[in-house]
Write a protein that binds this ligand. Structure first.
Ligand code: UGA
Length: 458
């Protein structure tokens, strides 16, 4: 069924286990570069959708490329590993590691994938494939959990019957395909040179003529680099949100300007200093909790990590408290929430600030209408039935006493004073993502409260 014409030299085929953001994007990219790819996804509906060329996630460029590689026969999605390891050179594990009941990650999907790989290896006659752990896991997982499971299920030993390494993923949702096509770094953790060299050669062939900066280290270091990177990004966001609270308390404070000043120091840099409702998504909060659980398990002080999470939680509540102060009481008041996705460019609402804000508004008696250009369907599963889903931003504002911008979709930045005034019962905005220029709105008689800016500073 595969066409052999476009294969990348030196690699026959690759198996990717798990069709989430990382696994699906990687699979489509590899297939587009001439690597025969089998994506194993246990959710039959999701696998079927992929086989029909329909992307189960909203990611720029992905639907078109997925259709193309399915049409060309370079990508196959199936629900079982079966005999796919026969002839496979590399197996990527890209299954989820959600937060478990103890706050640390639930590794059951990684363990299950490892067991399946081991069993498939036991039934495979040829080759010693390279197993690559791309799922985000705590330090020590690959060597102390994945390796023994594969060894005992396969009867083979690591370094001979198969090779093993860690290769964390740094792609961002919303630009997942672009980040996969042009990664800014590659981190590989392995105990044996054979494993890391094989992956280095594969990536060199894949990305040539570009030379991607590559760090080769131990499995635990590679695992820690991933968790520490996300935790550091979260630290920057919570830090600027702490500063934003200070700015709000000043008579002429504006966190945008303070962040700009901070970013001028090359040791700090300007990125990830956007104040607002804080970080959400399936990665930063989860990985921070994973690092906290790991830190605690090593007897190391977790207070810095806890502070990052606390500040993040507080940003969401503060905005609702502000709404309550502005309206006196929220009971029976109509509040429009613009944006549901945890950030623009995605339909992902996991741990989105909007969800907590909406729940808190409802708990205080508000009637809530919401809008998002792409994430409405995903939000329906998480929100109370009383929430009204508007088909446009204007509809969402209709009759509202207050509007809160929860996601910085570009269309919200272009809301004109006229539209806001004609639609809202009471022209009052809380800009939770700092997307609006308050000046023309205030001049038109609209009251704007921007996170991180004192009202007098407008
Ligand atoms: C994050 C990392 O950025 C990726 O490098 C990593 O690969 C990924 O997690 C992962 O572990 O899989 P992602 O969750 O897609 O990527 O989103 P980010 O762009 O990091 O944004 C996370 C959250 O922080 C969003 O809610 C965003 O609105 C918020 N944010 C970001 C801010 O509030 N301020 C900022 O300055 C930047």
């Amino acid at each position: 069924m595969f066409s052999a014409s476009k294969m990348l030299p030196g690699v026959r085929s690759v198996v990717v286990i798990g069709a989430g953001y990382v696994g699906l994007t990687l699979s489509v990219f590899l297939a587009s570069r001439g690597v025969r790819t089998v994506c194993v996804e246990r959710d039959a509906e999701r696998a079927g959708k992929i086989m029909r060329g329909h992307s189960p996630i909203h990611e720029e460029g992905l639907p078109e490329l997925l259709k193309k590689v399915i049409r060309e026969g370079m990508l196959e999605a199936r629900t079982e590993l079966g005999d796919t390891l026969e002839g496979a050179d590399i197996v990527f594990i890209t299954v989820g590691t959600p937060t478990g009941s103890n706050g640390g990650p639930d590794l059951s999907q990684v363990e299950e994938a490892s067991r399946q790989i081991g069993e498939a290896l036991a039934a495979t006659k040829r080759g010693s494939p390279l197993i690559v752990v791309k799922s985000t896991v705590p330090p020590g997982t690959t060597w102390n959990i994945v390796r023994p499971i594969i060894e005992s299920a396969s009867g083979r030993s690591c370094g001979e019957g198969f090779h093993l390494c860690v290769n964390p993923e740094f792609l961002r949702e919303g630009s997942a395909l672009q980040d996969t096509i042009t990664p800014d770094r590659i981190v590989i953790g392995a105990k044996h040179g054979v494993a890391s060299e094989k992956l280095v050669r594969f990536y060199e062939a894949l990305y040539q003529p570009a030379k991607i900066p590559t760090l080769i280290t131990t499995p635990s270091n590679a695992e820690l680099i991933k968790l520490a990177t996300n935790a550091f990004l979260a630290l920057k966001i919570s830090f600027i949100n702490l500063i934003s609270q200070l700015c709000e308390s000043l008579e002429d404070g504006d966190v945008g300007v303070v962040a700009e000043g901070l970013g001028l120091d090359p040791r700090i840099g300007p990125l990830f200093l956007r104040a607002g409702l804080g970080f959400g998504g399936s990665c930063l909060p989860k990985d921070l909790r994973a690092l906290k659980a790991f830190t605690s398990s090593r007897g190391v002080d977790i207070s810095l990590l806890e502070a990052i999470l606390n500040i993040n939680r507080a940003q969401r509540i503060r905005v609702v408290e502000r709404a309550e102060r502005l309206l006196g009481s929220l009971a029976g008041k109509r509040v429009a929430v613009l944006g549901l996705a945890f950030k623009p460019g995605t339909d992902d609402v996991r741990e989105a600030a909007s969800i907590d804000v909406i729940r808190e508004l409802l708990a205080r008696g508000a009637e809530v209408s919401v809008h998002d250009p792409v994430a409405t369907e995903n939000a329906r599963n998480l929100l109370d039935k009383t929430v009204h889903y508007a088909s446009s931003a204007e509809d969402c504002l209709d009759g509202a006493d207050l509007a809160i911008i929860a996601t910085e979709w570009p269309e919200y930045a272009s809301l004109t004073p006229n539209k806001i005034k004609t639609k809202m019962r009471n022209p009052l905005l809380i800009d939770g993502r700092r997307v609006l220029n308050p000046q023309p709105l205030e001049e038109a008689g609209i009251k704007v409260y921007t996170v991180g800016r004192s009202s007098e500073a407008v």
